[in-house]
Design a protein around this ligand. Structure first.
Ligand SMILES: Cc1ncc(COP(=O)(O)O)c(C=O)c1O
Length: 381
């Protein structure tokens, strides 16, 4: 063991997981007392709550009035899959991937849908060449690569006059980053990320162009019921006012409503972005001040303000993967940071969630512990 002195202060909440993420700071279970439990989700009260979840999402995220928002099965994955299965195949497809989840969507499109897609990839820490994306094709991408901590800097690279549609997995970006709705035809996210909600359902946001695609194109492959957004060539409007395809968890819905209320009390989207930015800045400043740790994202403009991924850069480290795991384990054993090991497919390192439900004071309290754990592991090697 080390004789290094431990920092005096511990994070009040050591939950820095990248999903499910920390619950809202004011969370207690009794906040869910109004949940419509044991009631039909088709009863007036259930429908009213589902509709409120949709419309409050629209209000906070500034989603245009003519975009449709649906609550769908199987979390963010369900929402991405239903979009790809329902809409791709009408024209060429470009898949962008720079980390594990984006790569997963490539696999789906190439191996399951068997589409001959143009695949543009980049290594962990980088982005593919966004300037050369062909918007005559449909384009599938992830706004924030959760496992590499690399995000697109903005939506400027997406053509206004695109012929194809864009499908954007924004699950670790929504409620923390400005999403350019005019550039996004399908946007998906889940509740357990930036708002710290309960994992269950996905959100799918459709632009008028996405609806047009759904109503004008029938894929060659069969679609299971939980993917079907049209009937007889027309959008099933009910899905987008809270008449879910199948049964949702009304407890998870209540929890999402409570999180949305908290988000409003924090200043809505601008407040949430400011919280995530402040959290990430604490880590960026720590990296600037220490030469043994660095952001995995090469270009500062692409650095995530939610899933901040870090790599150790000290020459004394013998085995990078063993070292990073040991640091994370040491911090977890001290109860100061839970679940901060890099994602299993990502380069060795740490990943610290900075979304708005995390308190800046907790990130600040964690930094000296990182220093402590690093030096303790160097000494223990
Ligand atoms: C970018 C991205 N896409 C998809 C997923 C899968 O999300 P879910 O578990 O909500 O389906 C995750 C989960 O971390 C993610 O970060």
């Amino acid at each position: 063991m080390t004789d290094l002195v431990q920092p005096a202060t511990r994070p009040a909440n050591p939950r820095f997981s990248s999903g499910p993420c920390a619950k809202i700071p004011t969370f207690t279970l009794d906040k869910l007392n109004d949940a419509a439990l044991g009631r039909s989700h088709r009863a007036a009260i259930g429908k009213q709550k589902l509709k409120a979840a949709i419309e409050t999402t629209r209000e906070i995220l500034g989603i245009p009035a003519d975009y449709k928002i649906g609550i769908v099965p199987a979390s963010d994955t369900g929402a991405v899959e239903m979009a790809m299965w329902s809409m791709l195949g009408a024209r060429g497809v470009t898949m962008l991937a720079w980390e594990s989840f984006g790569s997963g969507w490539v696999t789906d499109v190439a191996k399951q849908l068997k589409l001959d897609a143009t695949v543009m990839t980049a290594d962990y820490g980088q982005l593919p060449d966004l300037a050369s994306v062909d918007f005559a094709t449909d384009v599938v991408f992830t706004w924030n690569g959760t496992t590499s901590g690399v995000r697109v800097p903005n939506g400027d690279w997406i053509a206004d006059d695109r012929e194809g549609i864009t499908i954007c997995d924004a699950t670790s970006a929504a409620f923390a980053m400005d999403l350019s709705w005019d550039k996004l035809d399908v946007t998906t996210f889940s509740w357990q990320k930036v708002l710290g909600g309960e994992a269950a359902h996905g959100m799918i946001v459709l632009s008028p162009r996405a609806v047009e695609r759904l109503e004008s194109y029938t894929p060659a492959w069969p679609l299971p019921k939980i993917f079907r957004m049209t009937k007889g060539g027309k959008l099933i409007d009910g899905i987008f006012v809270g008449e879910t395809i199948n049964t949702p968890s009304m407890l998870a819905v209540e929890d999402y409503l409570v999180a949305l209320d908290w988000a409003k009390s924090e200043g809505g989207l601008a407040g949430l972005i400011a919280r995530a930015d402040a959290n990430a800045k604490v880590i960026h400043d720590f990296c600037d001040a220490h030469d043994w740790i660095a952001n995995l994202a090469d270009d500062p403009a692409t650095r995530s303000n939610t899933s901040v991924c870090l790599k150790f850069t000290d020459d004394r480290i013998k085995d990078g993967a063993v070292f990073a795991k040991a640091v994370a384990k040491r911090l977890e054993a001290e109860g100061v940071a839970l679940d901060i090991g890099a994602y299993r497919d990502a380069p060795a390192g740490l990943r610290i969630w900075c979304g708005g439900t995390v308190e800046t004071s907790d990130i600040e309290a964690l930094m000296p512990w990182l220093d402590w754990a690093f030096n303790a592991e160097i000494a223990a090697q």
